[in-house]
Design a protein around this ligand. Structure first.
Ligand code: KG4
Ligand code: ZN
Length: 401
């Protein structure tokens, strides 16, 4: 009898990952090769280097995932791969390899949207619990996908075993994780910035700098004037409720202005980046903490407090307006400690269910890709033979203009 084993492959950004998951529920292995060391000195992901690193890592990573799961290619029932959104060259490495493996083994190939993968990182955990301990895994939920590339709100609904998604809100410009990374970079902290800011924020005063988010106006609310950002011009946002739209480019500029006005740049330049310039970024959070002046810690804490506050305000407002009783928060930024604490407290105050992935499954991984593929595999939804990368692949239904 088939064991329902799916090999997932993920290469959309800067992690090469492979995992074997049984029936979308039990993770037999999850291997992630991070390229952080490669991109560190550039303070962000360099697409050409990412493709090269994926090419190097893909074969050993898949081998390690099979070995850790104690299975061979012959035991698999399907192969799942991220087909978008992401970096074109990076996606192509995973897709080409997955196609070749599927063809050689005579296995079906399932294409997975990376954002759907993030949502299934939470559902995977639910499904892995023993009977009777599961939360309402198959219940509709409002999902906030908050990562380095996305800040999107979806209503996820299961119908006859497969999941359907409706876009409820999104960022008009930067993703929340991008703001974390840019702020960390301008302060001279390491890449990716989220974990550094997360660790340092708890030593600062979150009310020291009053960062504010203005209410966003969409085209309709601008009285027919064209929206200013490129994303706003190209994306179907006109029909989204402006209360559920995000914008994180302003806070990055506000942090920069604050740093310049308060001469924090001098402090940061003199202290934190000295290690970066020496080619040796701080290896531990303690080392970074020892080199951060209190003003910088207060700034970091205030930035994080404002970002988490804005994510919360809009997510809970959307849950209320949609009557959603369950919220899922997923993606790299969902690893954030303050975010988890404040979302959990607010959900319990409102009597809503809330779920996050484990820390390991919050950031990019392939277990979530194999898990998202399971319902598609069961429904016989296979990828076409000419599957290719779709860097701007959208998820689910978008509101009609
Ligand atoms: O999901 P992910 O691994 O990749 C994308 O799909 O983008 O997310 C990476 C993002 C980065 O911007 C990183 O700074 C952020 O997630 N991140 C965090 C934390 N850990 C990772 N942001 C805030 N707090 C964290 N603990
Ligand atoms: Zn991701």
């Amino acid at each position: 009898m088939s064991r329902g084993l799916i090999l997932g492959i993920e290469s959309s950004c800067d992690e090469t990952a492979a995992a074997v998951v049984e029936r979308g529920a039990r993770t037999l292995s999850s291997v992630v090769a991070s390229q952080i060391a490669t991109h560190l000195r550039y303070g962000g992901v360099v697409p050409e280097l990412a493709s090269r690193e994926h090419l190097r890592a893909i074969v050993p990573v898949v081998r390690a995932a099979l070995a850790e799961a104690r299975v061979t290619l012959a035991d698999l029932d399907a192969i799942a791969v991220t087909s978008g959104p992401g970096l074109a060259g990076a996606l192509l490495v995973g897709i080409t390899y997955a196609k070749a493996l599927a063809f050689a083994q005579g296995l079906p190939l399932v294409a997975v949207n990376h954002l759907e993968g993030h949502i299934h990182a939470v559902l995977l955990q639910d499904r892995s619990l023993p009977d009777g301990h599961r939360s309402e895994a198959d219940q509709a939920a409002l999902a906030l996908v908050v990562s380095g590339g996305h800040t999107h709100l979806y209503l996820a609904q299961p119908t006859a075993g497969t999941w359907h998604y409706s876009l409820i809100g999104r960022t008009l410009d930067d993703a929340a994780g991008e703001a974390y990374d840019k702020v960390a970079k301008l302060l001279g902290l390491g890449y990716p910035g989220g974990p550094w800011i997360d660790a340092l924020a708890r030593f600062g005063n979150p009310h020291a700098v009053p960062f504010a988010f203005a209410q966003i106006k969409t085209k309709a609310h601008l009285g027919g004037k064209a929206p200013r950002t490129k994303a706003a011009r190209t994306a179907p946002i006109a029909n989204l409720d402006p209360h559920f739209l995000f914008s994180f480019s302003g806070i990055k500029t506000a942090v920069l202005r604050y740093v310049e006005l308060n001469r924090l740049r001098d402090e940061a330049a003199a202290r934190v980046p000295r290690m970066l310039a020496a080619g040796r970024p701080p290896q531990t959070k303690e080392a970074a903490l020892a080199l951060c002046p209190q003003t910088t810690l207060d700034l970091i804490a205030s930035f994080q407090h404002a970002v988490v506050g804005d994510l919360m305000k809009k997510t809970f407002a959307a849950a209320e307006s949609l009557d959603a009783e369950r919220i899922l928060v997923t993606g790299g930024v969902a690893a954030n400690r303050e975010l988890r604490e404040r979302f959990t407290a607010e959900a319990s105050r409102r009597g809503l269910q809330i779920a996050f992935p484990t820390l390991a499954l919050s950031t990019d991984n392939a277990a979530m890709i194999a898990a998202a593929a399971w319902p598609r595999f069961a429904a016989g939804e296979f990828a076409p033979a000419d599957l290719t990368a779709d860097p701007s692949l959208a998820l689910g239904l978008h509101p009609k203009p």
